[in-house]
Design a protein around this ligand. Structure first.
Ligand SMILES: [Mg+2]
Length: 280
């Protein structure tokens, strides 16, 4: 999940910049976390809580989503998502102060086909003991806010690819999984995307491109460099690409600290952030 957060940070300043140049430095002092990081943490909390008894995973996820929006209204949320959440907040009389006391919050599922479904699922495979469980948890988290066939497909492609990477599968094996969701990834290259991709916030036109950047990359940072330089929704493309890139390449805690020291320290100060290193 740290990979997704780093991807979000790397793209944070490039979201609407139509950037088509690989950045010389991925993380600068002006980089920041956005809604993609907040939602990744919300997924982590929901998936982590599911065996603890009490509220079900969907309710925890909705509550954490509301909390994130109320505490960070300027984090770069999509406008329709923001008005959906504000509708729930208004109808249920929710405030930051009373949120923890509210039970059974009423809401209408959101049928969004946006790429928000895919940027937040990276913690799920780390908290699953099988591919089936990864799919089930992904479905349950997705249905709260993105109850749309394209969103289920996008989220599951990302989470299952991360699961397979954590299992030590080869790039070819992970590619086979990606192609089973999006056959069009076969013909996608960074060069073509860099030239011809057009900005969108739709999951079906964001996830295949993010996966193509991961598959073509030579290391974690290379994957992020490509994702944030195809002229798209850079922070979300970075977050989606960062998930499988982290799980596939891995890094030791020492490596991470020497590369991204000050960001890691700041991230660790946020509740819910955990190390997800693959090897040491
Ligand atoms: Mg964002």
């Amino acid at each position: 999940m740290l990979g997704a957060i780093l991807g979000d940070i790397a793209g944070s300043q490039l979201e609407f910049a139509n950037n088509r140049k690989k950045p010389e430095v991925l993380f600068t002092e002006d980089s920041f976390t956005t809604d993609d990081t907040l939602m990744t943490v919300a997924s982590f909390k929901a998936a982590f809580s599911r065996n603890a008894g009490g509220a079900d995973l969907e309710e925890v996820f909705l509550r954490e989503t509301i909390r994130a929006v109320l505490l960070h209204p300027g984090a770069g949320w999509g406008l329709s998502f923001l008005s959906w959440i504000r509708g729930i907040v208004g109808e249920n009389g929710i405030t930051v102060q009373n949120l923890h006391k509210k039970e059974g919050i009423r809401y209408r599922p959101n049928g969004s086909a946006g790429n928000g479904s895919a940027m937040r699922v990276s913690p799920i495979p780390y908290l699953s003991s099988s591919l089936e469980e990864t799919k089930e948890l992904t479905h349950r988290i997705t249905r709260v806010t993105h109850d749309h066939p394209y969103s289920y497909k996008a989220a599951e492609c990302v989470s299952t690819s991360i699961y397979l990477a954590l299992e030590g599968k080869t790039r070819e094996e992970i590619k086979k999984n990606i192609l089973s969701y999006y056959p069009e990834v076969e013909g996608m290259t960074y060069e073509k995307l860099n030239r011809g991709y057009r900005y969108t916030e739709l999951a079906r036109d964001t996830v295949p491109q993010a996966m193509a950047c991961f598959l073509e990359s030579k290391d974690f940072e290379d994957a992020l460099s490509m994702a944030v330089s195809i002229g798209g929704d850079a922070d979300t493309l970075g977050a989606i690409t960062g998930g499988p890139a982290e799980a596939f390449y891995g890094w030791t805690e020492e490596e991470a600290r020497s590369h991204w020291g000050s960001f890691i320290t700041r991230l660790e100060e946020r509740p819910g952030i955990r190390w997800t290193t693959r090897s040491s």
